[in-house]
Write a protein that binds this ligand. Sequence first.
Ligand SMILES: Cc1cc2nc3c(=O)[nH]c(=O)nc-3n(C[C@H](O)[C@H](O)[C@H](O)COP(=O)(O)OP(=O)(O)OC[C@H]3O[C@@H](n4cnc5c(N)ncnc54)[C@H](O)[C@@H]3O)c2cc1C
Length: 458
Amino acid sequence: MGYVRGNRGDYDKWAQSGLDGWSYDEVLPYFMKQETWEGGASAYRGGSGPLTVRTTRYADPLLDACIDAGAALGHRRFIDYNGAEQEGMGPLQSTIRDGLRCSSADAYLRPALSRSNLAVVTHAYAERVVFDGETATGVQYRHAGRLTTALASKEVILCGGVINSPHLLMLSGIGAADELREHGISVKVDLPGVGKNFQDHVNSPLPFVRKTPGPLHHFMRLDRVVKELGKAYFFGNGFATDLPGPLTAFLRTSPELEMPDIQILSNFGPMNTGPYLSPFKKPYQDGFALVVVLLRPESRGHLKLASANPSQPIKIHQNFLARQADRITLRKGVRMVREITRQSALGRFIDRPMALEGNQISDSDIDAHIQARSITSHHPLGSCKMGTANDPLAVVDAELRVRGVKNLRVVDASVMPNLIGGNINAPVMMIAERTADLIRKRPLLVPQQSGQHAEAAQ
Ligand SMILES: Cc1cc2nc3c(=O)[nH]c(=O)nc-3n(C[C@H](O)[C@H](O)[C@H](O)COP(=O)(O)OP(=O)(O)OC[C@H]3O[C@@H](n4cnc5c(N)ncnc54)[C@H](O)[C@@H]3O)c2cc1C
């Protein structure tokens, strides 16, 4: 639900690497087209798109205290990190409509279900792409125990996500030739990049015990939470209509960096948050965590075929923190965020830290914490990388067509060449919006001249 577009510099780097049409000014109209922003249309925001986006309304004074603590250290308070300037600290924006999650299915798929040219088959599992020579002509899928083929009169478009799209390509003979042969799969195209370049936002949480329980804790009492969930579901209001993670921040660990290299996400409840009702179930001890996210890791993981049998999952090697540079940046980020939590603005909220206690913390303490506690932020991408003809790991071209065959595209998170500076759901939908125009050969939206607004906002 967190709605984040990333930094303008991310897309400009894509364009500079030769990916025509993917600069920030060129993708901005598609970000604007995708959303109905609660503040209405502007130079950066859309006012009439299918995805409903709003700023958090989560009511907890801890949010302002975190922003005040950041400001005490000179971190800017942003108004709109999806606008002219991303850097700073402030409230998260989310895809929420009428108090409920506005998913991509709500925004795009359900409104189109009644179209005569759309058939949706659920509980179906695609097993391979079918070809006539070099031309993709359909997809073979298993449904209710039967193998069926859907034929394509124009193109086959894979959008199985960062794990499954490369898996499907490999099962169809598109991937690193030696790996495919290991499993007895005949090679259609030797594309070594399939399943490589796997990237994800690793994060390291800093958890704290709260001095006095916050509003989430209050509402988690069983009788209250049932009432709040009912209010959210039936009337679209109340405490349960927002994410209990209302803070975000985009910060630079060194002033000379071009773009923020860490993000802060927040959990305004501890990991064991859950309903309670004395004397049957004791309340949990309230706490919160600030989560330090490494935005642009150098480490690269990969996916490896385990079997030619489509029902066997592919192996995922995340390879987090393989590069020392990633460990150093995350360490700096943890130190910065720890510094924020030691400001007086947070004094009335923090009873004690649950990790990295004490005034003097060494680098090796932080490294040990990172090693023990780091996890995914659920933003994997890059396993069917978009790239130019001279990029040995490129799987699709700048129009997301799979190299070496005809009439086959991949349109999902797997095509993103590099991680962007933020959560990736909005960028995936932007990519889909833009590629829809490419597929239908419609004129692309006119680039937005955002530079002048950005300068004005400085
Ligand atoms: C727990 C969690 C929380 C997240 N929170 C946020 C957030 O707050 N903000 C944000 O920006 N991003 C968030 N993300 C990331 C975001 O959800 C993903 O980046 C995004 O959904 C990726 O879109 P996609 O279209 O590439 O793949 P998916 O959304 O994964 O879509 C792929 C689809 O293909 C289907 N599929 C796969 N293989 C097959 C097959 N063989 N046959 C048939 N169907 C198949 C899958 O069932 C799935 O429906 C979160 C992710 C997770 C897991």
